[in-house]
Structures are given as C-alpha cells and as structure tokens.
Design a protein around this ligand. Structure first.
Ligand code: NAD
Ligand code: ZN
Length: 241
C-alpha cells in the first residue's frame, strides 16, 4: 500500500482532523520560509528583527522589513493545498487548521476554523493601548497611534507569549484529533510544536508532510515526502467525497 493510500484510509475513518502548518505550507505560494536556503532570514538572525528588543533598538528597520513582507502578501495567492484544507471543513465532522503562519493564506483560501498561534501580518497594534488596525495598507515608516505611542506589527515575536486562548483552543483540537497532519514545519519552534506532540499523545495518527524530515519526524506514523501542494492534492483525490 502506498503512503498516500495509507493516509487516505486513516482520513476516511477519521471524524476529527487537525492540520498544524508552518512556513513550508506557504512556500509554494511564494512566501519564503525562514530556515531554508534562500529564506528571508538567511542574512541575519531572526532575533535581530522579530523580537521586542530588536524593535526597541531599531523600530524603523524592523518596520522596513515588515512593510516589505506586507507588500509581498498583496502579490500572492493561496495555492491548491490551502484550498484542499478549506474544502475539508465540509468533508470531516471537525476540520481545523492550527498555524504558525502569519500570512493569512488559510483564511484567504476559505478556511473558517483557523487558529493563528503567531498572530497576523495584516494586523498592527499600539504598544501602549488596545488600538488595532487591520489591513495591509502601508502605514509609513514609523506608524503612530492616536494616543501618541508607536505602533508595531501584530505578530508574535521571539521571546513573547502566544495568545493564550488560541493556544488552548489548538491544544484542545489536538487532544481530540483522530488524525494530525503536520505540514511544512521544521517543528523546532515551541510551543507550536507541542500541538503536534499533544495530538500524538492523545492517540491521533500523526502524518508529516514535508520534503525533508523535521524535528517531529521521529514521532510520525507516516511521512509523506513531498511539497504541500502535491501531497494534499493527491490525498484529496485519494480520500474522495
Ligand atoms: P521553518 O522555516 O523553520 O521550516 C519550514 C519547513 O517547511 C521546513 O521543514 C521545510 O523542509 C519545509 N518545506 C519547505 N518547502 C515545503 C513545501 N513545498 N511543502 C511542505 N513543506 C515544505 O518554518 P516553521 O517551522 O513554520 O517555523 C518558522 C517560524 O517562522 C514560525 O514561527 C512562523 O511563524 C514564522 N514564519 C511564518 C511565515 C509565513 O507566515 N508564511 C513564513 C516564514 C516564517
Ligand atoms: Zn495607542
């Protein structure tokens, strides 16, 4: 039995499915990953830009980088793999996406149940008050809130806590899952990776979709070695209606 057929059978018998997605999920949509060769962070350490310390040190540089990433999002579209996961909300009793991605592509593909552990690139929030701006408009080199304080990207940075409710919801979905698909993540960023570990401990069948083994490959029941678009499209065909 091929690996695809095996996973398709797991899915056919499943009521509750959770997908944990990482940067690799968006790679084929044209969003660079962080750790692969050619990734956006190749020439500097992530902590320099994506951290509260980095922002305090040089907010204009951090904003320059985020403005580029936000502008990049306006030029790309979700791919067929994102759309397969969105369609599966109608196929399974429970289908949810828990993502480390901040690009919003799962939403744009039509997924309704998306839990964004690391925030969103299209959100900007005040460092001092509750003010929030949603949208990809260019807010200039050093956006300020009406209260006078500086505004920052609405993503979770290194060293920051994840949104508690979102993380708890993701963990609960993982605990209850029959199948957990771990797609395009290196599995080294915690606590996101623990969502997959919790699914495994809760008895879910664990499937890794990644051209290369990630840190979670050792606990996978099946590894589909290939890109997200190819593997999700094949699975969708094999699972049927
Ligand atoms: P990562 O960059 O550490 O790892 C990417 C993984 O994707 C690797 O394991 C790689 O082998 C795999 N991959 C590459 N091409 C693939 C493809 N076509 N199909 C499937 N898998 C593929 O990413 P991570 O584990 O998500 O951790 C990085 C952190 O950076 C996360 O916290 C995330 O929030 C953030 N990030 C987000 C985005 C985004 O929103 N699109 C992009 C880069 C980084
Ligand atoms: Zn404010």
């Amino acid at each position: 039995m091929s690996d695809i057929v095996q996973v398709a059978e797991m899915l056919r018998g499943a009521g509750r499915v959770v997908a944990l997605t990482g940067a690799g999920m968006s790679a084929e949509a044209g969003v660079p990953t962080f750790r692969d060769g050619g990734g956006v962070w190749k020439n500097f350490r992530p902590e320099e830009l994506a951290s509260p310390e980095g922002f305090a040190r040089d907010p204009l540089r951090v904003w320059a980088w985020y403005r580029e990433r936000r502008a990049g999002l306006a030029r790309i579209e979700p791919h067929e793999g994102h759309r397969v996961l969105a369609r599966w909300e109608a196929r399974f009793e429970s289908m949810a996406v828990v993502t480390q991605n901040v690009d919003g592509l799962h939403h744009r593909a039509g997924s309704q149940r998306v839990f964004e552990l690391h925030g969103r690139l299209d959100e900007t929030r005040c460092v001092a008050c509750e003010c929030r701006i949603v949208g990809l408009d260019d807010l200039g080199p050093d956006p300020r809130c009406a209260c006078g304080a500086r505004m920052r990207p609405g993503v979770v940075w290194f060293g920051e806590l994840l949104p508690v409710d979102t993380l708890e919801a993701g963990m609960e979905l993982a605990r209850q899952a029959d199948v957990c698909l771990v797609i395009g993540t290196s599995g080294v960023v915690y606590p996101a990776a623990s969502v997959a570990e919790v699914a495994k401990q809760g008895g879910a069948a664990f499937v890794e979709i990644n051209p290369q083994p990630g840190a979670l490959a050792s606990i996978a029941d099946v590894c589909l070695r290939g890109g997200a678009v190819e593997m999700l499209t094949k699975l969708d065909d094999a699972v049927g209606r």
